[in-house]
Design a protein around this ligand. Structure first.
Ligand code: ATP
Length: 436
């Protein structure tokens, strides 16, 4: 059956990711592992740039957010306090005809999405999404713990450590980027729903009466963050949750959603988690996690505003958003800050000192940016290869370079070429790549 244009686009993006070494299936030579993905040489640069942009904007450039990097394995009591042991479950049903397993709340008209059979489902069963493991030599209940299903609990568990060592004052935030694991019943849509993924989370602690104000602030800040790095506004949506969608402890929640080729779906959630987490951890650990504010001598348990984003979902959104097929080329129009390779250097021909100069420029630039040298094939083909990798600038060293000390600087989106002096290559790139 012919694919619709969006399905076709998704298929083309997936195959480009494989061909250009952005994303591979995990353990592919063994047939893969469902819900797990590996980032190749270009993908790792792209994802690293996205995480670095997040860290820069959420932590380093601010004076009210600190960073942490917590362990993936934590004391199992953490997951009792957080509520995950009891209720981090999906309601599942099996189709008795085709044996497919589905989220009960994703079934419409009681009809199997795979084989179409009606009214042939098992009773709803609840599956806990946490990966269980054992710490130490014994495999019994006393040594059981879980791979963390979210990074934020490490932040709550360190709230008191940060308060007592970092001279922070409410309102302030603690941020973390790291792996999370969920035994998703039905991983799908490429990396969108994976079993192993990375989160970029920040918990912002506020006075209860200021929580609404900060909730508005972070919704706005996070929505604009995606626009800043180039996602198209018409594909990006901020959707407030309906009251019946809210977690029982949340006072407000909104999702940032993106129109992926497979439909509109969540990129990030921003929630007002009230004082639920700190109170639960106080209760379960016996450690008082309230905060004393010396400005008015008041003691209270801070409310928490949490912007929680997925690094892999963001990477996928930036990939599909940047992807364009034109008559003569396929191009990834990444924001220069996110582009895996910033600049590529080509000698027009492999003689007359051109390769030597192009290589010299490549290594000079490599000290600052991920740069690439390519002397293979016709020059047009080399441009096309960099367009597919999303490289914003290409520099060609040609016959004229040797006489006039100038090179051709070619810009990816407009494909415009201009001659600039060899000694202006670095300042030009500096302005384009590092200017705000
Ligand atoms: P969904 O409803 O799509 O399962 P969620 O609401 O359970 O997501 P959260 O618990 O709010 O997700 O997690 C915060 C962020 O972590 C999500 O917005 C998403 O970007 C990312 N994330 C969550 N689950 C996955 C997954 N299985 N694969 C990739 N990223 C994920």
């Amino acid at each position: 059956m012919a694919k619709n244009p969006q399905e076709q686009k998704m298929q083309n993006v997936v195959s480009l990711c494989r061909r250009k070494a952005f994303i591979f299936q995990s353990s592919e030579i063994y047939g893969g592992l469902n819900g797990c993905w590996d980032y190749g040489p270009l993908g790792v640069e792209l994802k690293k740039n996205i995480k670095a942009a997040w860290w820069q904007d959420m932590v380093t450039s601010r004076n009210d957010v600190e960073g942490v990097d917590c362990s993936i394995l934590m004391n199992a009591r953490v997951w009792e306090a957080s509520g995950h042991v009891k209720s981090f479950t999906d309601p599942m049903v099996d189709c008795t005809k085709c044996k497919g397993r589905f989220r009960a709340d994703h079934i419409t008209n009681n009809q199997c999405p795979t084989c179409g059979t009606k009214d042939q489902f098992t009773e709803v069963r609840h599956f806990n999404l946490m990966f269980k493991t054992f710490v130490g030599a014994l495999e019994d209940s006393s040594s059981t713990t879980f791979l963390r299903p979210e990074t934020c609990q490490g932040i709550f568990a360190n709230f008191d450590n940060v308060i007592s060592t970092c001279r922070v004052k409410v309102p302030f935030g603690i941020a973390q980027i790291g792996k999370a694991f969920r035994n998703e019943i039905n991983p799908r849509n490429f990396t969108f729903r994976s079993r192993e993924f990375e989160q970029m989370e920040m918990e912002f602690f506020t006075r209860p009466e200021e929580a609404d104000k900060w909730f508005e602030y972070w919704k706005d800040f996070r929505y604009n963050w995606y626009l800043k790095y180039g996602l198209k506004k018409e594909r990006l949506h901020l959707r407030p949750h309906a009251t019946d969608e809210l977690a029982h402890y949340a006072a407000g929640c909104a999702d940032i959603e993106y129109d992926f080729p497979f439909g509109r779906a969540e990129l990030e959630g921003i929630a007002n988690r009230t004082d639920y987490d700190l109170k639960r951890h106080s209760e379960f650990s016996g450690k008082d996690l309230s905060y004393f504010d010396p400005t008015d001598n008041k003691r209270f348990t801070p409310f928490v505003i949490e912007p929680s984003a997925g690094a892999d979902r963001a990477t996928l959104a930036f990939l599909v958003d940047a992807y364009e097929e034109e008559a003569e080329r396929t191009v990834l129009r990444f924001h220069p800050k996110l582009a895996p390779i910033k600049v590529a250097f080509f000698p027009l021909v492999n003689k007359e000192g051109m390769p030597e100069l192009a290589e010299k420029l490549t290594f000079a630039c490599k000290k600052r940016w991920n740069s690439f040298y390519d002397d293979k094939g016709a020059i047009g083909r080399r441009y096309r290869r960099q367009d597919e990798a999303g490289t914003p600038f290409c520099v060609t060293v040609d016959g004229e370079t040797m006489t006039s000390q100038t090179v051709t600087m070619r810009e990816r989106d407009s494909m415009k070429q201009e001659r600039i002096a060899v000694d202006q290559v670095m300042p030009y790139l500096e302005k384009q790549l590092n200017g705000d």
